[in-house]
Design a binder for this molecule. Structure first.
Ligand code: NAD
Length: 476
């Protein structure tokens, strides 16, 4: 199979191609066009040309087309889920039942929302001030390889619904489902040039895109290192940066332990541990630490590792051999730093089905006796590796939770309502879930603080990057 760029509604061949590989089998899935400055310039020009007409459509008409794209995604869930699972190793139970259906919801939600954009009024005795929200123009949308389709649609839906046009660049490791999104957008009747896709590597395709003078806004999801590079090269543009995380999952001795265990296991091992909001630092009060550690490791040992196309599989392969090597390097480091390996480790999973025996697998791994200053606790491993860290009391828990460069998500488990609110207020993170795993509502502000990024997306928070507010002051 060959996958080309999509520019002005047409498939555009690349001057070079790269291979995208199934991480479960190492089979080459497709040859994908590798773009550079020329393709980026053509795509931005197409988006710029399409902008006035698209922005000028009455919102209900844009909404109809955006909703239709949601319908087409909903009709193709099994096909898109299978492609996504093959391309990035996310298990089919997640892609088929949650991630791809949620992508359709992104279009439904923002189709509705764009018809309800309102402003503010600030009347004074001498002037009436009111706010208009305009579309921004051409937006660069850049996506990572974990949950690629959901993340791409989370950007494309508000971007297009609010009247902008887009150049989307997916990760070179997981480009296939977005290529399908481009086709479905045209089938939905979204005019050529409104959504363009340039495939390729960060340096060759990503850099010229974010630096392009006709790009007015950047919505980026990816690593903190790349986010830092982009804000330096982008110049004066609106942007939202959704970056890495190492989120604390804090469990007090009065928590509902069974529910906390279920949620803790889910938040580090689902999505293969390749999740920005993973609860990868599990802080447990000393009085329940030994009991929790034993029960947590017991559950981790029972997690089904295997073929990501099997509905029963919980942990599939890591995205690439390079990423597998990175995750394994941290598993090797843990005991050297003084952590105790409770389960998992460097051995390959036993009894993998024949089809996936060459996959990039790692066992769900649990380290106990972790000190928050260890590298395994400070670095984003981005794999199924949990660090269990003991704490004494509330102030110690807060200090440990905040002793990290990142600030994306956080989780607090306690039956003490006052403590829940105090910790939620004190934790340095963009999001805090109390007695809950990560549950997404499209109205919430999604994003992080510190090294986890800047800007929020979701609901009216998406105005920040995809709308330009204007104040009009009328003399009375
Ligand atoms: P990455 O930063 O390596 O790449 C992300 C995207 O940026 C890719 O499309 C890549 O090609 C592109 N890119 C790379 N260099 C670029 C440059 N100089 N200019 C422009 N684009 C460039 O990240 P990744 O490894 O694909 O993804 C994993 C990371 O993403 C993790 O750190 C994870 O926490 C983070 N993430 C964050 C969120 C969030 O919402 N905060 C969600 C998912 C993933």
């Amino acid at each position: 199979m060959r996958v080309d760029h999509l520019i002005a509604g047409k498939a555009v061949a690349g001057s070079e191609y790269f291979e995208t590989v199934n991480p479960a089998t190492q089979e080459v899935l497709a040859e994908v066009a590798s773009g550079g400055e020329a393709e980026v310039n053509a795509a931005v020009a197409a988006a710029k040309e399409a902008f006035p007409k698209w922005a000028g459509l009455p919102a209900p008409e844009r909404a109809k087309l955006v909703r239709k794209l949601g319908d087409l995604i909903a009709q193709h869930v099994p096909e898109i889920a299978q492609t996504e699972t093959n391309d990035c190793g996310q298990v089919i139970a997640q892609t088929g039942k949650q991630l791809i259906p949620r992508a359709a919801d992104n279009f439904y939600y923002f189709a509705e929302m764009c018809t309800r954009v309102d402003g503010h009024t600030y009347p004074t005795p001498t002037h009436l001030n009111y706010t208009l929200f305009h579309p921004v123009g051409v937006c660069a949308l850049i996506s990572p390889w974990n949950v690629p389709f959901m993340t791409a649609t989370w950007k494309v839906a508000p971007c297009l619904a609010f009247g902008n046009t887009a150049v989307l660049k997916m990760s070179e490791l997981s480009p296939l489902t977005a290529a399908r999104l481009g086709e479905l957008a045209l089938e939905a009747g979204i005019p050529p040039g409104v959504l363009n896709l340039v495939h390729g590597y960060g340096k060759e395709a990503g850099e010229p895109l974010v630096a392009h003078p006709d790009v007015r806004a950047i919505s980026f999801t990816g690593s903190t290192a790349t986010g830092n590079r982009i804000v330096k090269s982008a110049g004066l543009k609106k942007f939202s940066m959704e970056l890495g995380g190492k989120s604390p999952f804090v469990i007090f001795e009065d928590a509902d332990l069974d529910r906390a265990l279920d949620a803790a296991v889910f938040m580090i091992f689902s999505n293969n541990g390749e999740r920005c909001t993973a609860g990868s630092r599990i802080l447990v009060q000393q009085s329940i630490y030994a009991d929790f550690a034993a029960k947590f490791a017991e559950r981790a040992r029972r997690i089904a590792v295997g073929d990501p196309l099997d509905e029963k599989t919980i942990v599939g392969p890591m995205i690439s051999q390079a990423h597998l090597a990175k995750v394994r390097s941290y598993i090797e480091l843990g005991p050297k730093e003084g952590a105790t390996l409770l389960c998992g480790g460097l051995d390959a999973p036993a009894n993998l089905p024949e089809r996936v025996q060459r996959g990039n697998y790692v066992m769900p791994t649990v380290f106990a006796d972790v000190d928050n200053r260890m590298k395994i606790a400070q670095d984003e491993i981005f794999g199924p590796v949990a660090c269990l860290i003991p704490f004494r009391d509330e102030s110690h828990a807060i200090a440990l939770a905040n002793d990290i460069p990142y600030g994306l998500s956080s989780y607090v488990w306690t039956e003490n309502i006052g403590r829940a609110h105090r910790v939620a207020a004190a934790v340095e993170a963009g999001m805090c879930f109390v007695n809950s795993q990560n549950v997404r509502d499209l109205r919430q502000p999604f994003g992080g603080t510190k090294a986890s990024g800047t800007g929020r997306e979701g609901g009216t928070w998406s105005y920040e990057v995809f709308c330009e507010p204007k104040n009009v002051a009328v003399s009375m």
